[in-house]
Write a protein that binds this ligand. Sequence first.
Ligand SMILES: *Cc1c(COP(=O)(O)O)cnc(C)c1O
Length: 383
Amino acid sequence: MKAIPYGKQHITDEDIKAVVETLQSELLTQGPKIAEFEKAFAEYIGCKYALAVSNGTAALHLCSMALDIDENTNVITSPITFAASANCVRYCGGNVFFADIDPITFTLDIKKAEELILSKPKGFFHGIIPVDFAGYAVNLEAFKKLADEHGLWIIEDACHAPGGFFIDSNNHKQNCGNSHYADLAIFSFHPVKHIACGEGGMVTTNDEKLYKKLLMLRTHGITKDPELMYEKHGGWYYEMQILGYNYRLTDFQAALGLSQLKRADEGLKRRRAIASTYFEAFKNNPQILGQSGVVDGHAYHLYIINTAKRKELYDYLRTKQIFCQVHYIPVHTFPYYQKLGCKKGDFPIAEKYYDECLSLPVYPTLSKEDQQFVIEKVIEFFK
Ligand SMILES: *Cc1c(COP(=O)(O)O)cnc(C)c1O
């Protein structure tokens, strides 16, 4: 019996060729592939600037620095996300506040976020980090309205949603991460995400000032731009002006990302088809619930079902070599965040969601037969 994981990268001969060609070229890092990947990604998402970085967490950290998060900064995010969405605030010494999730979309509940904002003095909060959880595009127009009312910035964590979108009130399609309503957005190119670089990430924005700051922060806070430098000593001269990091992506990773990006729409189509097959298979089964049925703009990084028998189902599927996963353990319940004052019971909807959620296999190369096998075993379990 072959193993079926919940997610998996898809590497083609063309991808391998692109990487090998870059390995045989002059520049292994900061070469032409980085700029090409950034330009192509910005076009794909529909934003002005894209900045390739070493991973999605680095992208979040750079955004936090670009927005000057410090120990006086208070930020709201969802408890149902990968820990990095919250950790980035802590890297800069800022304070994380969680608000509960919406019971239907499992994304940050805007009403709960608003209640939290109103429960504190005016000016207490500085930013909000919504997450396009599982690939479900958050309505950022609504979040932008809330953010503007209270003077907050927005970082969209779009790691799950390249190619996802929502329709705004002007009937315009807004791609996840296009930064139309957010200040900054971030993506990850971890192999389990839509586009694989091995490790890799991207920041997207339409804000030139933030982009220029991010450029410097990605490389130690160093600039070589003659217009920005205080002094000029000669051709060798560069200036370190702020404290940055080395969060660069290598050129061969960018070559892989660029090659993968060409197939992004194909992969997305396949993910949506898989999701719709699951939905049809389970829709009449009252024991299996799911995330808001099938939604047009959903990017389906994950296909999640909810059942009171989650643990038993997880264990049963493992005996059939089907390796599902749980996304996510609520971030506020981790010992680290409990030490900071969070408590189990703080966010009952998130915690109930966690008790019942299971991510079924979704990836472009999941064959029809393998998906049918998964469906069969899930239904068998409930009989
Ligand atoms: C994967 C992921 C990240 C972190 O990306 P890495 O590239 O693994 O550092 C952040 N947020 C979310 C929601 C993710 O899924």
